[in-house]
Design a protein around this ligand. Sequence first.
Ligand code: FES
Ligand code: FES
Length: 154
Amino acid sequence: MKLTVDLNGSTRHIDLDATTSLLDWLRSLGLTGTKEGCGIGVCGACTVLVDDLPVSSCLTLIGVLDDRHVVTVEGVADSDPGLVEAFVDCEAMQCGICTPGHVMAAAGARRAGVGLGDDSGDVDEEIRQWLAGNLCRCTGYETIVAAVRSYLER
Ligand code: FES
Ligand code: FES
């Protein structure tokens, strides 16, 4: 199947089996910041943005991406360095396998207007709900929520 995808601001022309996963395609390009955790849409480690919404790239087939916009963690590291800095400043990682997915969920949160609540308690709850699809075995989530809040406030 032939299709055209905007990947991190660059046009890519693809000729692949339509059932290739977005995750496999990205990693075949050397964009290994997107991680495979569960491979079945549960953990969020493979999160990327498609048309500004977070999706699990392990479940997203390349065949649905014609004329869509895909952003990976490499893309936001270049275009929005304050996002990665927020995670570093808040020490929001331990083993790091979940971190790219959380970073991309945070990028989607800003695009969706998450964090525009009236007080910090509501904002934290809003952030937690937004991150519900991204699992972390290490941190207990407090530093991740703090990092996302810090990013949204910047
Ligand atoms: S690897 Fe995609 S959701 Fe876990
Ligand atoms: S830092 Fe290890 S799973 Fe989140």
